[in-house]
Design a protein around this ligand. Structure first.
Ligand SMILES: [Fe+2]
Length: 156
């Protein structure tokens, strides 16, 4: 009886180990890279360094390395979005840097829908040793804050 149990336990553990190995090999665990998105026509480089471009919506999160979820400090993050009047302008662009734990925090306003596009905030992230990420955050209707992880892929 106990021999059978031990054998079952060994088979179970082997299967579990194999599953974990397969999941890691396929990238199914850990931190999958943030989905890239269109840069769009309104990106302008060299946005001023600041952490506030509006009121009423807080976007925060952590810059992480895929696939092991290591925080990336001092990542350079650029954001740009339409102002409350529905236009892109210099007042609604910012450059910020992740802190020593990889965290970032932007105070802004809920972006208006822009032409045919749903509300969105453009984000570009650069860090030494990683591929540049260009993505967009889509706030949920009525939300006042969101957490958005920026997961970068190591450079080859
Ligand atoms: Fe846009």
């Amino acid at each position: 009886m106990s021999t059978l149990s031990n054998a079952s336990a060994k088979i179970f553990l082997s299967a579990a180990a194999l599953f974990i190995f397969a999941a890691r090999a396929s990238g199914a665990t850990g931190c999958p890279p943030t989905e890239p998105d269109e840069v769009g026509p309104f990106y302008r480089p060299n946005a001023p360094v600041r952490s506030q471009i509006g009121d009423g919506y807080l976007l925060a999160g952590t810059v992480l390395s895929s696939p092991d979820c290591t925080p990336i400090p001092q990542a350079r993050i650029e954001v740009w979005q339409a102002g409350p009047a529905g236009r892109y302008d210099d007042a609604h662009r910012a450059t910020l840097f992740s802190d020593e734990k990889g965290r970032y925090r932007l105070e802004t306003h809920f972006p208006p829908a822009y032409r045919t596009r749903p509300p969105h905030i453009h984000i570009l992230v650069e860090a030494p040793g990683f591929q540049r990420l260009i993505t967009q955050h889509y706030p949920k209707k009525g939300a006042k804050q969101a957490t958005f992880a920026l997961v970068l892929v190591p450079a080859r």
